[in-house]
Structures are given as C-alpha cells and as structure tokens.
Write a protein that binds this ligand. Structure first.
Ligand code: SF4
Length: 393
C-alpha cells in the first residue's frame, strides 16, 4: 500500500490549505481533527485545488463540532458477533477487510469506525475471515456479499483472496465491492490491476458463477476527470460491471440539472446510476444534509426531465435498514423535526436471521407488523458554499 498522507492536526491541515473560514474554538477543533483525521492522495490534493465541490467533501468544517445527531447510523443492526462481518438483512452481508480509506469523506456514514491502521483492520482471510466465510457458507439464505469498509481496494490482494474463497460457496449469486478508488487514486488502475477481476468474471468451476461488480462512489461531475474516466472505462470495457452510488450533499450536488449531467455521463461510460442517498443524520454531518422535502423534490424534477435509466433510486439509511420513500416506505407522521417511517421490514424477518433480535426501543410496529422507525429530518437550511479553500503552494 502506498504511504498516503494522514493529517491529524489543525497545524498540518493549515500548512497544506488556506482555510478561509474562522475557527471559533481552535482547541476543540484540533482535538476533533485528531479523532477524525484527514487523508489525501496526491491526485486528490490536485482535485481539491481545482474543484470546490471536491474540496468540500474532504476538508473539515468547524460545523462538524455540532453534536446534534446520531453517533452511529445502524443502531438496530442484527449483528453476527464476527469481526469484519456485519448483517442487517436476510439475503446479504457486509465483509470489511479494513476500515482504512484512501481519503476520508467528511460526511462518511461510518465515521464512528476507527481509521487507525492498527485497530481498523479486521485481519486476513486466514484468521478472522475463516469464521466469516464459514458463517456465509452455512447460511444458504445469504445470496450476496458486499465487500466494503473502509475502502477494500486499498488492499486488492486481500480482496482477490476473499473473492476466490467466496466463489466456492455455491449459494452466492453476487459479490460486490464498494470503493472510492476511482475518485481518490484512479492512476492505480491499469491492465495489471484489473486482470484478476476480469479473470474472476470469466472463469469459474460453478455452472453459474457469482459475478463480481464494483460500486464507485461518484458525487459530482468534477470527479469525472481524464484519469478517472480512463480507469472507469478500463473496468467497463473489461467485463467488470460498475454501478454508482452518490450521496446528496448540500451545497455540493443538491441540484437536479447537475445530477442529470452526472448520471448521463455515467451511463455513457457504461455505469449504472444505482442510488442517491440522503446524507445520514449523524453528528457532524448536519451541514451536508438537505431536508427530505428537498431530497424528494430533486428526484421529482429529475424524473420530469430525464429517462428512468438516468434517475436512480433515492434511498435513506434508517436505523434498522435502507428504505425508499414512495416505493417500499412511507412517512406516516411528523413530530417537529422527527418523521416516523413505515418500513418494509418486520420483526419476523429479523428474528429469522437472529432469534435473539429484539425490536429496538425507539421503534414501533404497525397493525400489520411492519416496523416504524423515527428519522431526523435536516434542521439547518444554511448553505455552506461560503467556504472557499485554496491550496498553499
Ligand atoms: S470512502 Fe467510503 S468509507 Fe471511506 S470515508 Fe469515504 S464514504 Fe467513508
């Protein structure tokens, strides 16, 4: 792995970037940066210099000190008890080889995870993953495995090793990888890098092998640079299916025209625009969040102007799982800033996975047994596009 710059002090940050904003409490902000460090690749530093939309995703704002919100996204998780293996749903699990990333997005929905190389790695396929692979192999209801983190493609060798083992499990129908390599360090992707993934998608001992697909996380057209386009095309033209996920970020990409432009370009590159996520109600993320009304209005305006192939699903992470308003979930009441969402999930589904699972105290049940979960809408309407960041050269 390359030695990417880790920045864990305000002084180091200020030596790299000319921060235009005032820092009301330097000591507190310094401590916060130590707990939630930054990391950049040389490529990303250049992108930050050129694009405010990229800069705002990675440079911390003192507004992150705001304690409003949850510490953790999925508090109603079913769990497996195995490090690096998470489960929330009947038919799919998450495997996390590492919680390190090429660069740390300030709105990350896993911001509560340690990014420390010593604490954030869950081991190799030989030790911890032995148990995880046994768990997956012993439950034929699991059809898909998402390898994520952190960014698993910081350790492609480990990922290939895991996939080779997963491909021996006959009941799996899909293996997915979540990554920001295309926007963080696309120059890593070359013919040698993609060859194992292409081979995995063409050769198998199983009659119908589980295809390996990769999900980039592209939020803004500025992230489609000549370098990232080359890397994306290398994958799609070499039998590696790509499907994109985007987070809707206030002051960055909360614009239907801009998103249509992004998703049209992705389609052109052979990438499925799969999902747009509402920014999670996490501590330190409030300034990134649009209201749910804005979220749904953007979707409606996009749908009015663009084909269904261009407009992805608009998804929210509730504390017990992902939902799509107007499709599988609905808001049944609003109390101040809290909306109550009737989800498609039931207690029986979760207990079928883990008989010990209990309905979280914060949830309710509808008459027909669907779980109703509270979700905090965005409160602050302030646009933070006032922040300008320039690189100290
Ligand atoms: S790459 Fe993904 S996991 Fe890593 S900081 Fe960004 S959003 Fe979080």
């Amino acid at each position: 792995m390359k030695n990417y710059q880790l920045i864990n002090s305000l002084e180091k940050l200020e030596s790299l970037f000319d921060l235009s904003y005032k820092i009301p409490n330097r000591e507190e902000f310094s401590k916060y940066i130590f707990q939630h460090p930054l990391r950049f690749t040389p490529y990303l530093v250049e992108q930050i210099k050129c694009s405010p939309a990229v800069a705002k995703q990675y440079i911390p704002d003192p507004k992150e000190l705001d304690k409003q919100g949850l510490e953790k996204t999925f508090t109603g998780i079913i769990g497996t008890g195995i490090p690096g293996l998470e489960r929330m749903y009947l038919d799919r699990v998450i495997l996390m080889p590492s919680s390190q990333c090429f660069a740390y997005c300030r709105f990350c929905f896993r911001k509560n995870y340690s990014h420390d190389a010593n604490n954030g790695d869950y081991g190799s396929p030989q030790n911890n993953f032995k148990k995880a692979l046994e768990y997956i192999g012993n439950d034929s209801r699991i059809k898909e495995v998402l390898i994520t983190g952190g960014d698993p493609l910081m350790f492609p060798g480990k990922v290939i090793e895991l996939i080779l083992k997963l491909r021996t499990i006959a009941h799996l129908t899909g293996i997915r990888i979540g990554t920001r390599i295309f926007t963080s360090d696309p120059e890593l992707i070359n013919e040698d890098w993609i060859r194992p993934f292409t081979v995995l998608n063409t050769i198998s001992t199983l009659p119908i092998p589980a295809p390996v697909s990769i999900s980039p996380h592209i939020n803004h057209p500025d992230e489609l640079t000549p370098q990232s386009i080359r890397a994306l095309l290398l994958c799609t033209q070499n039998r590696i299916p790509l499907y994109n996920q985007t987070v809707l970020l206030k002051g960055i990409n909360d614009d239907p025209e801009l998103l249509i432009q992004l998703f049209r370009q992705l389609r052109q590159l052979g990438i499925e625009p799969y999902r747009v996520y509402h920014a999670d109600p996490l501590q330190g993320s409030e300034h990134f969040r649009t209201s749910l009304k804005e979220f749904m209005t953007i979707k409606r305006e996009m749908r009015a102007k663009a084909s269904g192939r261009i407009v992805p699903s608009f998804i929210m992470d509730t504390r017990i799982g992902k939902v799509e308003l107007g499709a599988d979930a609905e808001i049944i009441k609003r109390e101040g800033n809290t909306v109550w969402i009737k989800t498609p999930y039931t207690r029986e589904i979760y207990q079928a996975v883990n008989p010990e699972w209990k309905l979280p105290e914060f949830c309710q049940l509808s008459d027909n047994g669907q779980i109703i979960v509270p979700y905090e809408d965005a409160t602050k309407k302030e646009d933070f596009s006032r922040i300008k960041i320039s690189l100290i050269t």
